[in-house]
Design a protein around this ligand. Structure first.
Ligand SMILES: *[C@@H]1O[C@H](CO)[C@@H](O)[C@H](O)[C@H]1NC(C)=O
Ligand SMILES: *[C@@H]1O[C@H](CO)[C@@H](O)[C@H](O)[C@H]1NC(C)=O
Ligand SMILES: *[C@@H]1O[C@H](CO)[C@@H](O)[C@H](O)[C@H]1NC(C)=O
Ligand SMILES: *[C@@H]1O[C@H](CO)[C@@H](O)[C@H](O)[C@H]1NC(C)=O
Ligand SMILES: CC(=O)N[C@H]1CO[C@H](CO)[C@@H](O)[C@@H]1O
Length: 608
């Protein structure tokens, strides 16, 4: 099989390379626009990424919406239009509202677009979003329905409905803040000595309460009354005419927002957190750009190794990834610990955006005797049949459940269950000649020789996987709906999977999966999880637990000895080791498989 169409190294390489460069640069430009766009449109969190092409600098005046329309048109093939449409409308309304309440803007050199100013969501705007989703769900009469076209926030919201445990505490804090702000002015007015006394007393009371409470559960029972009293005093303080009108306005605004605001920001921070995992950090983006440009400048050519790529007698590892260094760490760590690497073949399946960067990286870096093939899964030529147009990476689902029946709900355990994505179901098609592959997620690190996996007898099962018995099928109920399941069977995870492709083809697993997905089209995000779990019901061979230790992306409490002993570490969760928010004490196990001298890594500051 060929290494992809842009691979060059043939008859008219120069011409082809230039066309490839044009395509690649276009994709990278789109990518570089997407990150700020996501923040501008979806989140309004005042992000401004610096230094890009003139075409994406938002104009300071009101024609931002037409600019966005243009972007949407350009992004057509990359993003489903509907996803953006909701955001664009939001953004239009938002622009209007910002213009209506002009803010002081320093205009120095580069004009600051209005949305760069921190503009908190108001409760109105939040409820408007809610309202829209609700309206739709009324129409469909299915509770909890959330159409993708209302943006990923909507889906996330549906999936993360959670009670706030400190909304009252937050409200008190805000009241305290406001009261303290008024106090100095009131105290100066002799006629208001009674009010200032009350204000002072209330402030002290709330301070005492807050010094002992961090969640609503800690608050004393009469707190509602205290809060109302505080509110009344503040209202009186507000009615006293003071000269600091601006501060008053500001504070009134903060106060009015209190509850929804507190609620919303807590959720928003969780959402941003989630987003940070999915969004490529700047340094990785830089790396991808540099590598892509170098790919076309350098003249490293493909060594034709196609016979090795499809030789069924060798050990084939497959990695789905759009992250150069993550896949490099997976491969390097596998190879470093392998007893023998001559028979190792790695296949990195990636997308257009990262294809050339990946290619360049794996041409520059060699891993003992192992060979690495980079495949662009979005290029139908690489495997003949265009079934899927987009790379989809393994999906992680956050599951929260009580640690035991008697434990209070606040001590819920959280697991991140990673599962096959649509792209996995192309494996038998892409690797027509192979009988068996080992699939590694790009958030793993290998710490031992894996060759024993190749002689595993899976007893006719299609996939070997780690079972997670802390999560029973029963606990995935919200995703599984009415489908019948063995309630008490353990769920399982991607990360390290041995796949018997021959058996997969025999049982036509992919067909089953696509059928299930089609039935679930209107279901929420969980359809991939549901379809995968249903497809592989009774087809899982439980790998011995010593193979994988998971949780390094979310669980602070893992045993260090256990980490040292595990054959594979899985950083499932949202604190990936390549992110700033990765858990520091686990990062070293990942980082040591990077080449610290690499010129590109240091230039892009990946190597901190
Ligand atoms: C929120 O959206 C509404 C409806 O478009 C708009 O009237 C209002 O001004 C917005 N508020 C803010 C603070 O953006
Ligand atoms: C704990 O888990 C249960 C069952 O999944 C759920 O109903 C409850 O809302 C969770 N509580 C918290 C605080 O997450
Ligand atoms: C259940 O949780 C409670 C409180 O967290 C703990 O005291 C108890 O030992 C747990 N029981 C079991 C069987 O794990
Ligand atoms: C692979 O890992 C080793 C450390 O175990 C490191 O010295 C080497 O530079 C890495 N190679 C690449 C290509 O990253
Ligand atoms: C998405 C959205 O809410 N759009 C609204 C923007 O504001 C106009 C009128 O100001 C409404 O008609 C749209 O529905």
């Amino acid at each position: 099989m060929k290494g992809g169409s842009g691979g060059g190294g043939g008859v008219a390489p120069a011409k082809r390379r230039w066309r490839g460069l044009a395509i690649a640069v276009l994709f990278l430009v789109i990518l570089s626009m997407l990150v700020p766009l996501g923040f501008l449109l979806g989140l309004h969190s005042g992000f401004h990424s610096a230094g890009h092409m003139p075409l994406q600098r938002p104009s300071p005046s009101g024609d931002r919406s037409s600019h966005i329309d243009n972007l949407v048109r350009k992004l057509g093939p990359t993003l489903p239009k509907d996803v953006l449409k909701g955001f664009v409308n939001e953004a239009k309304n938002e622009t209007g509202s910002i213009n209506a309440t002009p803010k002081t803007q320093q205009k120095k050199g580069i004009p600051i677009p209005p949305q760069v100013v921190m503009q908190p969501f108001t409760s109105k705007n939040i409820s408007r979003i809610n309202g829209k989703a609700k309206m739709k769900s009324d129409v469909d009469e299915s509770e909890g329905f959330c159409d993708l076209k209302y943006g990923s926030y909507c889906i996330w919201r549906e999936e993360n409905r959670e009670e706030m445990h400190d909304s009252m505490v937050k409200k008190l804090k805000d009241q305290l803040f406001v009261a303290r702000a008024y106090f100095p002015s009131i105290v100066k007015i002799p006629a208001q000595s009674k009010l200032s006394g009350e204000l002072k007393q209330n402030i002290q009371e709330v301070e005492r309460v807050l010094s002992e409470s961090t969640t609503d559960a800690d608050l004393p029972p009469e707190i509602q009354k205290k809060s109302r009293r505080m509110e009344a005093v503040i209202a009186r303080a507000k009615s006293v005419s003071l000269d600091c009108n601006n501060i008053d306005k500001k504070l009134r605004q903060i106060f009015d927002l209190t509850e929804d605001e507190a609620n919303f920001h807590m959720k928003q921070s969780a959402f941003l957190y989630q987003l940070a995992v999915q969004t490529m950090p700047k340094s990785l983006h830089c790396l991808s750009m540099r590598l892509t440009v170098e790919y076309f400048r350098d003249h490293l050519f493909d060594k034709e190794l196609s016979e090795k790529y499809s030789d069924p007698t060798l050990q084939h590892y497959v990695i789905f990834s759009n992250n150069v260094i993550a896949s490099s760490v997976v491969i390097n760590s596998t190879v470093v610990h392998a007893i023998d690497t001559v028979n190792q073949v790695f296949h990195v399946l990636t997308d257009w955006q990262n294809y050339y960067a990946m290619k360049h990286w794996f041409l520059r870096n060699t891993f003992r005797d192992a060979v690495v093939q980079v495949l662009n899964i979005e290029d139908p030529d690489s495997y003949g049949k265009a079934t899927l147009s987009h790379l989809t990476l393994p999906v992680e689902f956050r599951v929260s459940f009580p640690s035991n029946d008697s434990a209070p709900a606040i001590n819920n355990r959280t697991q991140y269950v990673s599962i096959f994505s649509h792209s996995h179901y192309l494996l038998p098609e892409i690797f027509k000649n192979l009988e068996k592959v080992v699939v590694l997620d790009d958030d793993v690190v290998v710490q031992q020789d894996l060759s024993a996996l190749w002689s595993l007898n899976m007893g006719g099962k299609v996939t070997g996987a780690i079972e997670i018995c802390s999560v029973k099928m029963d606990q995935l109920r919200s995703y599984l709906g009415d489908h019948s399941f063995q309630k008490h069977s353990c769920s399982w995870m991607s990360g390290l999977n041995v796949i018997d492709l021959a058996r997969w083809r025999d049982l036509d697993i992919s067909e089953t999966y696509w059928k299930l997905v089609k039935e679930q089209v209107s279901m929420k995000e969980g359809s991939a999880l549901l379809a995968t779990l249903l497809t592989f019901q009774d087809q899982i061979y439980a790998l011995d637990r010593v193979w994988v230790l998971s949780g390094l992306g979310h669980d602070y409490g893992l045993d260090i000895e256990g980490i040292k002993k595990a054959a594979v570490l899985h950083y499932n969760g949202n604190m990936k080791p390549w992110l700033d928010l990765g858990i520091p004490k686990y990062k070293e196990y990942w980082k040591k498989f990077l080449n610290h001298e690499d010129q590109y890594l240091s230039e892009c500051n990946v190597n901190r």
